[in-house]
Design a protein around this ligand. Structure first.
Ligand code: ADP
Ligand code: MP5
Length: 268
């Protein structure tokens, strides 16, 4: 069988819960071959972010070229891109290698509130990266920052999704993890024609470090396999849900997910 390959372009999380580490765990569990280009090293744990050490542009370009010129990728997932120059470089490389299955997780702020993207970079993300994306997966604050729309209701999310689609994203998923006053979590997909809602019970837990990374990495894995977008999002949501539900208690703050949980809790 032909191997299916997925590349994550994102930051490293020393605590193992988010970023590159969450992505590679997800790729492995969903049976695709995972590769990485590291945009920044973060010193991070379940309590917060202790340091950010961005990679040089040369280092990022070289990592991507190593993959593009030899191995190739069936899908790309982007996470923490740190600043405007880094986003510009990643856009150049996506065009150079004609990568089409591009999942953009517009990472801006870590769960503890620390910034993972410089403010001036939001404009570059909107103007350069979004038009290259097959799917963009903002959470509610990220969708608000990208569109300028204050997002409270589902209707606000629909308006923001339409705007992000108009900016060039072929599909938009605005995730609902931040709607903390609700007993359910609804992720909203807009494919340019219709809205699809993915609803689940909210799990009341602190162990949500890396949910967004895991979700986007799962969508990328499914797209790489040729799964169509509506099913890819459904499968990704199910994978994240099980991984949150069966998280182990690791660290004393916002703990990581258990990416292996689906093995024992029913087929993914
Ligand atoms: N408490 C929760 N219970 C169940 N699912 C959740 C919970 N929190 C987040 N999710 C799911 O995790 C994924 C990431 O959502 P979200 O937390 O909004 O993103 P981010 O990590 O980027 O802030 C989504 O699929 C969302 O439905
Ligand atoms: C290096 C890195 N990348 C991304 C996130 C966001 O994580 P989340 O999936 O919890 O939004 C993070 N905390 N660290």
């Amino acid at each position: 069988m032909k191997p299916i390959k997925v590349l994550t372009i994102a930051g490293s999380d020393s605590g193992g819960g988010a970023g590159i580490q969450a992505d590679l765990k997800t790729f492995q569990e969903l049976e695709v071959f995972g590769m990485s280009a590291i945009t920044a090293i973060t010193a991070q744990n379940t309590l917060g972010l202790q340091g950010v050490y961005p990679s040089s542009l040369e280092a990022v370009a070289n990592q991507i070229d190593s993959i593009g010129t030899d191995i190739g990728a069936d899908a790309i997932k982007t996470g923490m891109l740190f600043n405007s120059e880094m986003i510009g470089l990643v856009c150049e490389k996506i065009k150079q290698y004609q990568w089409d299955n591009v999942v953009v997780d517009p990472v801006m702020i870590a769960k503890g509130g620390a910034s993972l993207l410089q403010e001036e970079a939001v404009k570059t993300m909107r103007e350069q990266l979004i038009p290259l994306s097959k799917v963009i997966t903002p959470n509610m604050p990220e969708a608000a920052a990208l569109t300028g729309i204050t997002i409270q209701s589902l209707e606000d999310r629909k308006e923001a999704a339409k705007m992000l689609h108009d900016l060039g994203a072929r599909n938009v998923v605005i995730k609902g993890g931040h709607e903390i006053n609700s007993d359910e979590v609804i992720d909203l997909l807009y494919d340019g024609t219709e809205f699809t809602m993915y609803q689940s019970r909210r799990i009341h837990t602190n162990n949500t470090h890396g949910t967004g990374c895991t979700f986007a990495a799962a969508v990328a894995s499914e797209l790489a396999k040729g799964v169509e977008i509506k099913v890819a999002v459904r499968n990704a949501k199910k994978f994240v849900h099980i991984s949150i539900e069966h998280a182990m208690q690791i660290g004393s703050g916002h703990g990581p997910l258990n990416h292996a949980a689906h093995r024992t809790v029913g087929e993914q």
